[in-house]
Design a protein around this ligand. Structure first.
Ligand code: BTN
Length: 325
């Protein structure tokens, strides 16, 4: 944690109390002028910190910040978010999470960035990641599963994001197979899982989650392949990012523990309840192939089950699904 983050952490731990500059510098092992400088910077970031001449500093209100001390405050999850690592700016939270996982980061460690310079989307695309508006996060999980089961975890992220949108914003988010979350038919969140495994065993899975929360229409790249939106655009008012992030981690935590206890079946059922295309005729495109059929649901591993016109059943493992007609 940086000195600034440690000061916030201290204020959170002793919320409502006045702390003298001397006490803060002693507790954190930094000079008083460093404390003074960081308090100034925190004020610039929107923290309201009162200064009493004889008693010291008191935190009165925090901005909608995603600093670890703020995100962890009141989170009370068993696994997800026990550790929170924050970057003001980074290339990609998935890359940072991968490095941390290689260094032994614990199951449930969460990485958050205020902005990403090279946010990774699927199929080598970029994920637009401007500062101060959205949530860019990656969660390190270490489930005891074989590598072929790892794609199942995408369904877990999709359900958690849709539920967080519902709880925090009151909007009915839906899912698109295999890994988008939509509001009114437009993409509001993207999910990118990456994993490290050997033949029998997963070392770790990174759940990369990008949610467009307060982005306005001018901030979307012009050349997007799909219609995109943000929660604020759909709701007509801003979203509190920290509340959203905490709600998301709570859902992920419960769903992950359920997955470990009961397997993927209950997660797939929750996902299917958020999916609108069951029973409909769709067209699935993958590279240069295109097939058409009626959606029958999900297979136990998350593959999309299609009944083709000739009566055969096709398991679709990847592709872009569109309703026909
Ligand atoms: C998609 O193309 O739909 C997936 C987008 C995933 C974006 C998120 S933002 C946080 C995490 N870090 C990344 O670099 N990508 C994912």
């Amino acid at each position: 944690m940086t000195t600034q983050q440690r000061i916030v952490h201290l204020f959170q731990e002793r919320f409502g109390e006045c702390l003298s500059g001397e006490e803060i510098s002693r507790l954190l092992g930094v000079t008083r002028s460093a404390v003074w400088k960081q308090i100034g910077l925190l004020r610039e970031r929107g923290y309201r910190i009162e200064a009493h001449p004889s008693r010291g500093y008191r935190l009165v209100a925090s901005p909608d910040s995603l600093l670890p001390a703020e995100v962890r405050g009141g989170l009370e999850t068993a696994v997800v978010g026990r550790e929170v690592v924050f970057f003001e700016q980074t290339d990609s939270t998935n890359t940072r999470a991968q490095e941390l996982a290689e260094q032994g980061a614990a199951d449930g460690t969460v990485v958050i960035a205020e902005s990403q310079s090279a946010g990774k989307g699927r199929l080598g695309r970029q994920w637009a990641s401007p500062a101060g508006v959205n949530l860019y996060t990656s969660v390190i999980l270490r489930p005891p599963i074989p590598p072929q089961s790892a794609p199942q975890l995408t369904f877990l992220s999709a359900v958690a994001v849709a539920w967080a949108v519902r709880d925090v914003c009151g909007l009915d988010a839906r899912v698109k197979w295999p890994n988008d979350v939509l509001l009114h038919g437009r993409k509001v969140a993207g999910l990118l899982n990456e994993m490290s495994a050997e033949s029998e065993k997963v070392h770790y899975v990174i759940l990369g989650i990008g949610v467009n929360l307060n982005m306005h229409s001018g901030q979307f790249p012009a050349e997007l392949r799909y219609p995109a939106t943000s929660v604020a655009i759909e709701k007509g008012e801003g979203v509190h990012r920290r509340r959203f992030a905490q709600t998301l981690y709570r859902h992920l935590d419960r769903l992950y523990r359920r997955y470990l206890d009961e397997g993927v079946a209950p997660i797939l059922r929750e996902w299917e309840a958020l999916f609108d295309l069951t029973g409909q005729i769709v067209e699935v495109g993958y590279l240069h192939n295109r097939i058409e059929g009626r959606v029958e649901g999900l297979d136990t591993d998350g593959a999309l089950l299609l009944r083709l016109e000739d009566g055969t059943r096709e398991r679709v493992l990847a592709g872009d699904v569109r309703p026909k007609g």
